[in-house]
Write a protein that binds this ligand. Structure first.
Ligand SMILES: Nc1ncnc2c1ncn2[C@@H]1O[C@H](COP(=O)(O)OP(=O)(O)OP(=O)(O)O)[C@@H](O)[C@H]1O
Length: 247
């Protein structure tokens, strides 16, 4: 379904005229099946968000390729409405001048849905993410972090994508709100059957929601493991991450 072949990415370092580059991703390959929740975990700076941007097709790899349903994600048509994303920074993810209704309606309009259909879809989505209809006319500054992230999730789900990329989507939320949003993501996955790519530095959150986790270190895949086999990880780095949860 989502297939990544030997992607490499580097960025220029030391200013515009510097020839120096830092390699961030070193030949990463993996696959993610329809309906699967794959966690991508690693320490800060390991390249998780860079990999996420390549999966979304918003940045191109220097080498290698990302295919979704057999087509390259570089082709916007191949991914429009089929892959969506929720980021950590929910406050800047929503246009501050938009009401909740307008924010959720935006991707539906892009898909050509008419106003009447969009209205009933927004009602359903608000209900599914646990927000009552009075939220329709609120603006981002009137929402708590958890409420704003629910709006971002409603918008990401609105086009019924095959995949949602969640980049540190619960990391800024308080413990209990984080758990509520993870529960929400689980229930939406049951309703819509979509897959998640769950990028996080938090192995505990990944263990809660993912079927499988891929651990990356310095831009390389260190180990990939089914959640049920987490305690049997082999590499010292994976064992260290595991120890951090147990401790
Ligand atoms: N646009 C960019 N230009 C230059 N360097 C970049 C760019 N994006 C990322 N990097 C560098 O690539 C490396 C990996 O960054 P990335 O954000 O992918 O890591 P991460 O694992 O998501 O980290 P975090 O958990 O802190 O968000 C870092 O050293 C970062 O400084």
């Amino acid at each position: 379904m989502l297939s990544v072949h030997r992607v490499e990415k580097s960025y220029r370092t030391g200013g515009m005229f510097s020839g120096r580059r830092k390699k961030v991703l070193h030949g990463i390959s993996f696959e993610c099946e329809q309906g699967e929740c794959l966690g991508i975990i690693g320490e800060s700076g390991s390249g998780k968000s860079t990999l996420g941007r390549l999966l979304l097709g918003i940045e191109k790899p220097d080498r290698g390729s990302v295919y979704f349903e057999g087509k390259t994600v570089a082709d916007r048509k191949a991914r429009l409405g089929k892959i969506s994303a929720v980021f950590q920074d929910y406050t800047s993810s929503i246009n501050p001048f938009f009401s909740v209704e307008q924010a959720i309606a935006e991707p539906l309009k892009l898909q050509g849905m008419n106003r009447l259909e969009a209205q009933s879809k927004i009602d359903l989505l608000l209900y599914q993410v646990g927000l009552d209809p009075s939220f329709r006319n609120k603006h981002p500054h009137e929402l708590s972090g958890g409420e704003a992230q629910r709006v971002c999730i409603a918008r990401a789900v609105s086009t019924e994508p095959k995949f949602i990329l969640l980049d540190e989507a619960v990391s800024s939320l308080d413990g209990s709100v984080q758990l509520q949003v993870l529960e929400l993501l689980k229930s939406l996955r049951e309703i819509y059957g979509m897959g998640y790519i769950f990028i996080t530095h938090d192995l505990q959150a990944a263990a809660y929601i993912c079927d499988r986790v891929m651990m990356i270190r310095d831009g390389r895949v260190e180990e990939t493991v089914q959640i049920g086999q987490l305690k049997d990880v082999q590499s010292p780095y994976a064992q260290k991450l595991l120890q951090m949860i147990i401790a």
